[in-house]
Ligand binder design. Sequence first.
Ligand SMILES: [Zn+2]
Length: 396
Amino acid sequence: MIWSCRLCGSGIHSPALALGPLPICNDFNRKAVSDRRHDLDIVECETCQLVQLRDAPSPSLLSPAVPWIRYREPEGHLDALVTSLLALRPHARRVVGTGPFEQPLLSRLAAQGLQTHSVSLDTAAPAGRYPYLESWQATLNDAHLAALSAQHGTFDIVSCRYIVEHSPTPILALKALKKLISPDGLLLVEVPDSSKFLAACDYCFLWEEHSCYFVEDTLRELAHVSGYHVLALLRYPGALEDALVAVLAPRRESSGPPARGSSELFQIYRDSFSAQRGRLQARLRAAAGPERDGLALFGIGHHAIMFANACGVADMIALAVDDDADKAGFFPPGFRVPVVGSARLLADERITTCLFAVAPHIEGKVRDKLAPLAARGVAFRSIYAALDNAISKDLA
Ligand SMILES: [Zn+2]
């Protein structure tokens, strides 16, 4: 079977980074089973260089079976972003947010006197499922957005933050968003920039919910192919991922992306995986010890879960630690132990290594909380390959 690129439509023939049938990261269960799995193959288009899932799982497979799955997206740059937006459209009056990450931006624009509107997710959920991002991304289609526009009119600013990378059909999504844009209006598309984690050979950022892994060039091409001018492409630095914001104005014509050839960035990323996994397994097996009781993992989100399952180390983890009360008692998908709070970690004398899967800006707070562990010689290492204390790095 020949797979075609989600961005340029060319056939993709280059080998995939094949991670195998991995459990869906939001599949928390009361028992140590995970029935929902997907073959995760990551490829790069050798024509336009978009890194993408070869085969995106269906929304029905992804839809969470617990009501508390929620993600956080960066907000620290939003004051600066508002300034940039209003400089481009000083007379903007009406703004709409098209997903669940819009309120922090809408509040700031409301404070500047704009009339804000947020869309709600009103899909009929099957029994026992709690629709989230997989369902939000599916609302970015012609019929739905035409109905919204008929009901609420068009908007001077249409904001779409952290949803487009979830869409298996990003061009159709951007084209459909034109229905909401007023004649002189603009579209804001914000996505995570993938270049840092690709360069660091960090595999925990891969995710069955992200169909596309954009970098600046491919986000720009997405805009062009979907029929937009790029008014601004803004980058806001993050320790692990930068935020990329494309500010776009619709135009009539669209253009195909140039042929670029495969990138060294992805080839190295793909080809380094198996050695990296082997090294991690050896290191963590040693840390876990013969009784497999020495290793804890702190911060049980989709990065931690992907790290454990993609690298094949989930069964080495003796304590899965997270202080989110919603997660307590649930088995993270692929794990043999349920989530416990940090009190359990502090009380467990067998733990010798604690892996951190927490954002770098809160790692200091976590270290303070876990100071008694450090005092008795427990090693703290990060799952994030770009950080100085990464478990994948050789420390002196
Ligand atoms: Zn392509």
